[in-house]
Design a protein around this ligand. Structure first.
Ligand code: CP
Ligand code: NVA
Length: 313
């Protein structure tokens, strides 16, 4: 059965089958190989992309903008200060208008509901560039990086150490459940992922063979192929910084924690931006086990692959 993704939005990996995700991973690797050979084509010529931002971004914005622009597409960045998104104009109406002018829309912001509404009313592919609930384009780059380092992802053990209820942890739980990657969240009980996402992932993991674990015990990183962390307070949660620092300090990814994997070849991953000295020590993120910089580069290749597939280019 061939995979056809033309016209599809990417709001969360819950909407994609394992086969579709596999197709996008393979396409991302092809896109990266072409790019390394200097083969940039012009597959987005004549197309336009609206990039909407309620929250800041370095990697996601630059990945979308350069991936689309270098292939002849015209990306337009619009912040909350530029357009009427939800202020003076409903999200539905903005979606309808953008859908008449753009080939696709990327949204980064607070509510998952906003990206869903944009997709429902625009009639063009909409990409979730991060909401409070999910960060799906990040998770694709994470799995690509794991596969590049470990040869494959199925049956490997990825341990997320940190805020277990955040958008990155939730997206990893979904993509790992779909693809059969064993996924452990190591977090204090106060920051456990919500029951709803665990319940959504359990049947997916049962099909793929993924073992999904949530624990407060850092010893659970034993045998990990990859240890992953993210900031203690996500964008929009700055007021929780003090409370999070208290809860998550014992979960800092440092050399003693990396040693608990019992493996010298475990890799370290971080979606970035990193607060060095908080969730990760500089010697780990800048050390030999870190793949954080490859992971950041892979954002561009995976995002290009997602746009190529969903725009039918
Ligand atoms: N990882 C990530 O999404 O980075 P930005 O916030 O810089 O886009
Ligand atoms: N969890 C982080 C991810 C940043 C890419 C945040 O939402 O701020």
């Amino acid at each position: 059965m061939s995979v056809v993704l033309k016209g599809r939005s990417l709001l969360t990996w819950l909407d994609y089958s394992a086969e579709e995700i596999r197709y996008l991973l393979d396409l991302s690797k092809k896109v990266k190989a072409e790019s390394k050979k200097g083969k940039i084509r012009q597959r987005f010529t004549g197309k336009t992309l609206a990039l909407l931002f309620e929250k800041r971004s370095t990697r996601t914005r630059c990945a979308f903008e350069t991936a689309f622009g270098e292939e002849g597409g015209h990306p337009v960045c619009l912040s909350g200060a530029d357009i009427h998104l939800g202020e003076k104009e409903s999200i539905e109406d903005t979606a309808r208008v953008l859908g008449r002018m753009f080939s696709a829309i990327q949204f980064r912001g607070f509510k998952q509901e906003t990206v869903e509404t944009l997709s429902k009313y625009s009639g063009v592919p909409v990409y979730n560039g991060l909401t409070d609930l999910f960060h799906p384009t990040q998770a694709l780059a994470d799995i690509m990086t794991l596969e590049e380092s470990c040869g494959s992802s199925k049956g490997k053990l990825l341990c997320f150490v940190g805020d277990g209820r955040n958008n990155v942890a939730r997206s990893l739980m979904v993509i790992c459940s779909k693809l059969g990657v064993h996924f452990t969240i190591v977090t204090p009980p106060e920051l456990n992922p919500d029951a709803a996402i665990c319940e959504q992932c359990a049947p997916l993991a049962a099909i793929s063979g993924a073992k999904i674990t949530v624990t407060a015990d850092t010893a659970a990183v034993s045998g990990a192929d990859a240890v992953y962390t993210d900031v203690w307070a996500s964008m929009g949660e700055e007021d929780k910084k003090e409370e999070r620092t208290k809860l998550l300090s014992p979960y800092q990814v440092n050399q003693p924690l990396m040693k608990k994997t019992g493996r010298a070849d475990s890799i370290f991953l971080h979606c970035l931006p990193a607060v060095k000295g908080e969730e990760v020590t500089p010697d780990v993120i800048d050390g030999p086990q870190s793949r954080a910089w490859d992971q950041a580069e892979n954002r561009k290749h995976t995002i290009k692959a997602i746009m190529l597939a969903t725009l039918g280019c």
